[in-house]
Design a protein around this ligand. Structure first.
Ligand SMILES: CC(C)(COP(=O)(O)OP(=O)(O)OC[C@H]1O[C@@H](n2cnc3c(N)ncnc32)[C@H](O)[C@@H]1OP(=O)(O)O)[C@@H](O)C(=O)NCCC(=O)NCCS
Length: 226
């Protein structure tokens, strides 16, 4: 059975510092209620703070800033990401994306964060996904930065802020990341964040419409970075 939003809250002892984890008043059952319940589940994930950045779960109110940032960064991001669906930056697609995030969060499969600068501007995103429990206790890390904000240290700060959440709050042991062999920014980000190169996977992911080889990296709890 899928865990409820309440069980998600108990899994994450560091509940939102805003103190807003309480569920909103329950209206009569209907499609609207599901959406409110979803938002309450997302609020059980703490906001993370790093050097000049804040990481928090995406909300519907982020849509205008997110769509503008993704649209203006399209040419910068597309060579490194799965092909964007035609409606990727539409409001409806964003709403569906949030619902998926909440489903994944409630079932301990993934934890998405948006990255904000200290002044509140949305600058990028980072996601802990593909969580495997049992004898693995492993996850995958994905990240992107808006074109105008890249190269300023924001993603390094975000990854550093995320490490205690992954290793101490989620109690995972291993974070994996994969990047294209010619993605110098991503390679440098991972290596300066303490990730070790572990291998080379042929035709590992379909990026920008092509099955492409990837470098495989991992950071372990026992590396002692967080
Ligand atoms: C990869 C990415 C998320 C890095 O985010 P960022 O905020 O620019 O990273 P930082 O500013 O923290 O920089 C991290 C390191 O990479 C270096 N770097 C950044 N851009 C670089 C580039 N184009 N070439 C070489 N090194 C680069 C930085 O100088 C820094 O190293 P340093 O501290 O030794 O100087 C961002 O460049 C991005 O979104 N790229 C396009 C999408 C992408 O590659 N996604 C990841 C797919 S695996």
């Amino acid at each position: 059975m899928r865990p409820s939003a309440r069980s998600g809250a108990s899994r994450l002892p560091n509940a939102s510092p805003s103190g807003s984890a309480a569920a909103p008043p329950r209206p009569e059952a209907g499609p609207g209620w599901r959406f409110f319940r979803s938002l309450a589940a997302a609020e059980t994930v703490p906001t993370l703070t790093g050097d000049g950045v804040k990481l928090r779960t995406p909300q519907m109110a982020d849509y205008p800033a997110w769509s503008q940032l993704r649209e203006e960064s399209r040419a910068f991001l597309q060579p490194w990401e799965p092909t964007w669906p035609a409606d990727d930056v539409s409001r409806l697609a964003f709403r569906k994306r949030l619902k998926r995030y909440v489903r994944e969060l409630e079932s301990d499969q993934a934890y998405p964060f948006f990255v904000f600068r200290a002044d509140g501007a949305l600058v990028g995103g980072v996601t802990v996904s593909q969580i495997r429990r049992g004898v693995s206790q492993t996850c995958s890390l994905g990240y992107w930065m808006g074109a105008g904000h890249a190269g300023r240290g924001h993603m390094s700060a975000a990854v550093k802020a995320l490490a205690p959440f992954v290793f101490q709050t989620l109690k995972l042991r291993r974070v994996e990341a994969a990047c294209l062999p010619h993605n110098q920014a991503s390679i440098r980000l991972l290596e300066k964040s303490g990730f070790k190169r572990e291998g080379y996977a042929r035709e590992y992911l379909c990026i920008d419409g092509r099955w492409q080889d990837h470098l495989l990296y991992a950071l372990l709890r026992s590396d002692g970075v967080s």
